[in-house]
Design a protein around this ligand. Structure first.
Ligand SMILES: Nc1ncnc2c1ncn2[C@@H]1O[C@H](COP(=O)(O)OP(=O)(O)O)[C@@H](O)[C@H]1O
Ligand SMILES: [Mg+2]
Length: 257
């Protein structure tokens, strides 16, 4: 049984169709990427999966539970890194991680986790004084401190410098080796290629392709049969762009009927 399943997920906000028809099947222990342009519906999708938003329709199961009705059960087992973590400016890094650890029955050691994300020396610093990258590292630590079975990381490395990105990639790889299932929302293709076992491309609220990075490259080649040898997709970024380009715009996109 997949650890996460979404079939025909749909979510609208007033006149906006945020998610039109998303289909995902994620196996336990994999790093699964959700890729797509800005506004494609990625964040809304993971918000529905974590119970933060209620889907209009569709079938959702996370750890065998319906997130709409089992929010509390899932909160203990699913770590969610919000796209922008907002904490009180005066709260110190060490206080924030201790507070989040206190929500869980068997949390990780806050001090060790701060060390892993490179924030040990900022333990006494107030949230409001952190740089964007430091806030990002803290939000990752807060998502992981409960030792979750599933970690949902939205725009994991946005705002980090190259060194910081590589540190976080190593951290994610380490989490996978402990058996945690990782859902990674990203629009960095290098990150997806380096980390993800499989991924889904979401465009205009729909999953338009799913597979391993090599499968998506092969898929993109097949969808561009007349293309010259030089222009054939050779990496995930080429494949991603070719797949997005070949999607026909949904006529009703952004308008509810
Ligand atoms: N709470 C909300 N209220 C109204 N519209 C929203 C809300 N959340 C997202 N949307 C809209 O839904 C669409 C998808 O957004 P989002 O899921 O954040 O996309 P992504 O994460 O792929 O960039 C966008 O058009 C966005 O403006
Ligand atoms: Mg988003």
């Amino acid at each position: 049984m997949p650890i996460i399943e979404a079939r025909n997920l749909r979510k609208t906000f007033a006149k906006t169709i945020a998610v039109d028809d998303v289909n995902l099947s994620i196996e336990e222990g994999e790093i699964f990427g959700i890729l797509g342009p800005n506004g494609a519906g990625k964040t809304t999708t993971v918000e529905c999966l974590t119970g933060m938003q209620k889907a209009d329709s569709g079938h959702l199961r996370v750890l065998g539970l319906d997130p709409a009705t089992h929010v509390a059960d899932l909160r203990r087992q699913v770590g969610y890194q919000l796209q922008s973590t907002e904490l009180p400016d005066a709260m110190r890094v060490g206080e924030a991680i201790d507070l989040f650890a206190s929500f869980y029955p068997e949390p990780l050691q806050p001090a060790e986790l701060l060390d892993t994300v490179g924030l040990s020396r900022l333990r006494k610093s107030a949230f409001g004084t952190l740089s964007g990258g430091e806030k990002q590292r803290l939000s990752i630590a807060l998502a992981l401190v409960g030792d979750p079975r599933i970690a949902v990381l939205d725009e994991l490395t946005t705002g980090l410098d190259p060194q910081g990105r590589r540190d976080i990639w190593r951290l994610i790889d380490g989490i996978r080796h402990r058996g945690v299932t990782v859902v990674l929302v990203t629009h960095f293709l290098d990150e997806a290629q380096a980390l993800c076992d499989r991924l889904a491309i979401v465009d205009q609220g729909r999953t338009i392709a799913t597979g391993t990075p090599p499968e998506l490259i092969a898929h993109a080649e097949m969808s561009a049969p007349g293309i010259s040898q030089d222009a054939r997709p050779v990496n995930l970024e080429d494949a991603y762009l070719a797949i997005i380009d070949s999607t026909v715009d949904a006529p009703e996109w952004k308008k509810t009927s």
